[in-house]
Design a protein around this ligand. Structure first.
Ligand code: S5P
Length: 266
C-alpha cells in the first residue's frame, strides 16, 4: 500500500520530511509502535532490540536511566536501531529557556548527534523550540520536537484550562515542531486534541496498554485501538512490551492492533 492511501489527509497536510519519513516507515513495517525502551542496562536494551526490531517503527529512549552507559555502547545501540529503519527519539522533556535547552543537547550525552526526535515542555515559552532547532543545526542535523500537550499521568497540571490550547497554538506553525504528545489513556480528550491540532502535525500517545486502567505511580492506560481511532499517529508502548514474558510476541501484537486501527481509520 502507498502511504497516501493509509494516511489520507494527514499525508497531504503533514509534508515535513520527518513526518513523511515516519508515515512511510509505519506503512513499510505495518506498525505504529514507538517502543519506550525503559530498561536500565545496555545488555537489557540490546536484547530488547533483538527481540522486537521488526515490529517497532521508532525507538524512544531515556538515556539518563541507563546504569552502564558509555558513548561507544550507545552509538552502537542507536546505529542498530537506525539500521532497522527506526527513528531514534530521546524523551528528554526539555523545559528550560532556549539557549540552555540547546546546550543541554550537547554535554555528556550529546543527544543532538544521535536523536531524530526529542520531547519538550513548553512551560518556558517558544524559545525552547528555537533553541532545540539550533542544537541540531550545530551538528548539521535536523530533528523534530514533540511538545507535551497532554500527559497520561493522573493529576498532571497540563490539564489546567488553557494550557493545551497554548501549546498547540505555539507548536502548530513552528517548523521545529514535529508534533505533540497526547494522552493515550483518554480517547475523548485525545479526539479533542486532534481537532485542535488539525492534520498538519503528528500526535504520539503514551499511556496505552492492552490491559487498560490505573497502573504504577499514577500512570493510566487506555486501549491502543481507541487511541488510534481518536487520532493518534504513534502509540508509545513501554512495559506492555519490555516487561512482557515474551517481548517479541507482545510487540507483534501491538503492531497488529495499531496497523489494523490505522486501516480502519483510513
Ligand atoms: O504523559 C506521558 C508522556 C510520556 S513521554 N506519559 C508517559 O508515560 N510518557 C512516557 O511513555 C514515559 O516516560 C515512559 O517512557 C512511557 C510509558 O511507559 P509505559 O511503561 O507506562 O508504557
Amino acid at each position: 500500500m502507498q502511504p497516501e492511501e493509509v494516511w489520507g489527509t494527514r499525508w497531504t497536510a503533514a509534508s515535513e520530511p520527518l513526518a513523511r519519513r515516519w508515515m512511510t516507515t509505519v506503512v513499510n513495517k505495518q506498525s505504529m509502535v514507538v517502543l519506550a525502551a525503559d530498561r536500565q542496562t545496555m545488555a537489557g536494551l540490546n536484547e530488547l532490540l533483538d527481540d522486537v526490531a521488526p515490529y517497532v517503527s521508532a525507538l524512544k529512549t531515556h538515556v539518563d536511566l541507563v546504569e552502564d552507559w558509555t558513548p561507544e555502547a550507545w552509538d552502537d545501540f542507536c546505529a542498530r536501531a537506525k539500521a532497522e529503519d527506526m527513528l531514534v527519539f530521546e524523551d528528554r522533556k526539555h523545559g528550560d529557556i532556549g539557549k540552555i535547552a540547546r546546550d543541554q543537547m550537547g554535554g555528556v550525552y550529546d543527544s543532538r548527534s544521535w536523536s531524530d526526535l526529542m520531547t519538550a515542555h513548553l512551560i518556558s515559552g517558544p524559545s525552547v523550540l528555537d533553541g532545540m532547532a539550533e542544537g541540531w543545526q550545530s551538528v548539521r542535523r535536523t530533528g523534530g520536537v514533540l511538545l507535551l500537550a497532554q500527559m497520561s499521568s493522573a493529576g498532571n497540571l497540563l490539564e489546567i484550562p488553557g494550557y493545551t490550547d497554548a501549546v498547540v497554538a505555539a507548536g502548530k506553525g513552528h517548523p521545529a515542531c514535529f508534533g505533540f504528545i497526547g494522552n493515550g489513556s483518554r480517547a475523548d480528550e485525545l479526539a479533542e486534541l486532534r481537532a485542535k491540532v488539525g492534520d498538519g502535525k503528528m500526535i504520539w500517545t503514551p499511556g496505552v496498554n492492552i490491559v487498560t486502567g490505573d497502573a504504577e505511580l499514577g500512570q493510566r492506560y487506555g486501549d491502543p485501538r481507541e487511541a488510534v481511532l481518536a487520532g493518534s499517529d504513534g502509540i508509545i508502548v513501554g512495559s506492555g512490551i519490555h516487561r512482557a514474558d515474551d517481548p517479541s510476541t507482545a510487540a507483534k501484537q501491538y503492531a497488529e492492533v495499531s496497523w489494523n486501527a490505522l486501516l480502519e481509520r483510513a
